[in-house]
Design a protein around this ligand. Structure first.
Ligand code: OGA
Ligand code: MN
Length: 288
């Protein structure tokens, strides 16, 4: 092993996140990356506190974890002026236009781009500017969500598939390239089917895959009212967990999550204050 850094992972009580100490973004080896990768698979969410990482370093670091995925928002307001790999999440306005995606609103619990055939495996989110209050980001483990399901619920989800419509986003806006559907039943719209319980492509562990919202989701083959009731129960179980990690950002903080076994959400914040984050995203396997 050719380690350049002496790394340490300090796990939080939440059980879903560890702080990685001792990583030098100016000087690391392939073995350091392998160590980070193994922590990432073990903990699901990693935090690197108060780094001085640049955009160039973020792109170079992310590249070690897989192919880049271009988020749909990167083709809209969330594009970065010089690094096409970076998604800009920002509520700042430039010349009367948003200079990034997501604005200042709250983002409810989700896993990223669940409506893709192959949702991303990883995301690396770095704080560039933080507001004095608000805008915290919360993380939970969907391994734990599955493991802690009561047996009866486990039986009702095992082997099931879930359909997600991919025409409208959570705010009711048409997604890029989609048109208004003719049917009133969302189950007939364009969408994607994933397993409701997925096995992680690298660890093999099972997790509950609820996507980003219970609305416009259907457990395939189940009467709609039953599916809605079951999904409501699964969402409650997952998001009422006490094992949630809360990230209160400082400039330079980096959160790196495994999008295959975690969910996250964000608090809103005062629109008169500025919050800017730079995110890179790496590709994942088709859920099975
Ligand atoms: C994301 C996201 C939350 C945040 O990057 O996928 O949901 O805290 N961001 O900005
Ligand atoms: Mn997200």
């Amino acid at each position: 092993m050719l380690m350049k850094n002496k790394l340490r992972a300090v796990q939080h009580d939440s059980n879903v996140c560890a702080d990685i100490e001792g990583f030098d973004f100016d000087n690391y080896s392939a073995d350091d990356i392998a160590q980070v990768r193994s922590y990432w698979l073990q903990y699901g969410v990693l935090r690197f506190k108060s780094t001085t990482m640049t955009d160039e370093q973020q792109v170079a670091f992310s590249r070690h974890f897989g192919e880049f995925v271009i988020h749909p928002k990167q083709l809209q307001e969330g594009g970065h002026p010089t690094h096409k790999e970076i998604l800009v999440i920002s509520n700042a306005m430039t010349d009367g236009k948003p200079s990034g995606a997501m604005g200042n609103s709250e983002a409810t619990w989700h896993t990223d781009t669940w409506f893709y055939e192959r949702p991303p495996a990883g995301a690396i989110l770095r704080a560039v500017a933080v507001p004095p209050s608000g805008g915290d980001t919360y993380f939970l483990s969907t391994y734990l969500a599955y493991d802690t399901l009561p047996d009866a619920l486990k039986k009702s989800v095992d082997g099931r598939q879930i359909f997600f419509q991919n025409v409208y986003d959570k705010t009711g806006k048409l997604r890029l390239g989609k048109s208004v559907p003719s049917s009133r039943d969302f189950r007939e719209w364009s969408g994607i089917v994933h397993p409701l319980v997925r096995a992680h492509g690298e660890t093999g562990r099972k997790s509950l895959y609820l996507g980003g919202t219970a609305e416009g989701a259907w457990i395939v083959g189940m009467p709609l009212d039953e599916s809605e009731a079951l999904l409501a129960e699964l969402w409650d179980h997952t998001t009422n967990s006490k094992l949630v990690f809360v990230q209160q950002w400082n400039v330079g903080d980096i959160m790196m999550w495994d999008n295959r076994c975690t969910m996250h959400r964000r608090d809103g914040f005062d629109p008169a204050t500025i919050r800017i984050m730079h995110r890179t995203t790496t590709s994942g396997e088709r859920p099975v």
